[in-house]
Ligand binder design. Structure first.
Ligand code: NDP
Length: 236
């Protein structure tokens, strides 16, 4: 039986973040999500935050602390893509993706670390992607931001590992979301041929790994990159 914790998931209004929040609620935790629009799933506290803005992140944490208590588990999930070939990639295409995916994790985890250090307990979970280490043509900005999370997590493990705080990276492969559902059938079939599991994952399959990393059973795992990709990126 895992202890009930205060959990904050960024980008919990839709997609993978929403599934992660649902799973934490189902396991009996007190869960807050950040959203720029919309609401988190039933049973969660929704707070507004833009992860590219430190003041907005700080205000969101303060609200969660007031309503639920200090954040013990933080899941940096909010992310964007702006795919295009390098030759066509603008400064903004690169900067905005890095500012959201990598800078966003920095801002959120920095703010969360205050309470975790005080409690001498914490779980930091960063949602990366198979693309971070496997690479993907047309996604140099996204892949750079996602592999950056690995160096960030491993350095944080060395900084805070002695204070009861673990930091891990979850690297999903292709997940059944609106994005993958809108791909032509032939494209989906082509992708699936390259995945040893022969299928995409559900968002809940990612969520289950995230809640396990937050559990007491995963207390001795830190600085790890856990793939949830059906074998697509193995060896990385
Ligand atoms: P979605 O596009 O469905 O959701 C992205 C979430 O991030 C939304 O809640 C969005 O909020 C939020 N977000 C984006 N920018 C910001 C910002 N500046 N501040 C605050 N929140 C922001 O994405 P997915 O669920 O598909 O992906 C979730 C994570 O998983 C991402 O980090 C993604 O890179 C990663 N991933 C996804 C894969 C997939 O196959 N889908 C595969 C591998 C990794 P809003 O609704 O307000 O825009």
């Amino acid at each position: 039986m895992t202890t009930a914790r205060v959990v904050l998931v960024t980008g919990g209004n839709r997609g993978i973040g929403r599934s992660i929040a649902e799973r934490f609620v189902a396991e009996g935790h007190r869960v807050a999500v950040t959203a720029r629009s919309g609401e988190g799933p039933e049973g969660t506290l929704t707070v507004r935050a833009d992860v590219t803005d430190a003041a907005s992140v700080d205000a969101a944490f303060t609200e969660v602390e007031q309503q639920l208590g200090p954040v013990e588990v933080v899941v940096a999930n909010a992310g964007i893509t702006k795919d295009t070939l390098l030759m066509r990639m603008s400064e903004d295409d690169f900067d905005s993706v890095v500012a959201t995916n990598l800078g966003g994790a920095f801002r959120v985890v920095k703010r969360a670390s205050k309470g975790m250090l005080r409690a001498r307990w914490g779980r930091v979970i960063l949602i990366s992607s198979v693309v971070g280490l496997y690479g993907s043509a047309g996604q140099t900005n996204y892949a750079a931001s996602k592999s950056g999370l690995v160096g960030f997590a491993r350095s944080l493990t060395r900084e805070l590992g002695g204070r009861g705080i673990t930091t891990n990276v979850v690297a999903p492969g292709f997940i059944e979301t609106e994005m993958t559902a809108s791909l032509p059938e032939a494209t989906q079939a082509e992708y699936k041929r390259n995945i040893p599991a022969g299928r995409f994952a559900t968002a809940d399959e990612v969520a289950g790994v995230v809640t396990w990393l937050a559990s007491d059973d995963a207390a001795y795992i830190s600085g790890a990159v856990i793939p949830v990709d059906g074998g697509l990126g193995m060896g990385h």
